[in-house]
Design a protein around this ligand. Sequence first.
Ligand SMILES: [Zn+2]
Length: 91
Amino acid sequence: MSTCFWYKECKVCEQGRLFIVEDLSRHRLYLHCEECEIGFIEPCHMKSGETFLTLDLDYDCRYADQETIDRYDWQKFALNSSAIADAPKLC
Ligand SMILES: [Zn+2]
């Protein structure tokens, strides 16, 4: 079964998990909240409060797999894992 990874609970809505998503159009990873659809381009933006609304953007994306996370050196943000079948559908 495919696995996806998430960092922490969302600080904005305090309900969703922040999944690590690969933006295939811009070739980068970001954190995507499953509940409020907010995104953080860098995990440090959780502190600065810099967000974007993922619904406003038009791009192809998918849950980042282990190989992708290794490639972007985001292992330290992949604190939790979940089956993709249990994760919400992305754009
Ligand atoms: Zn949220």
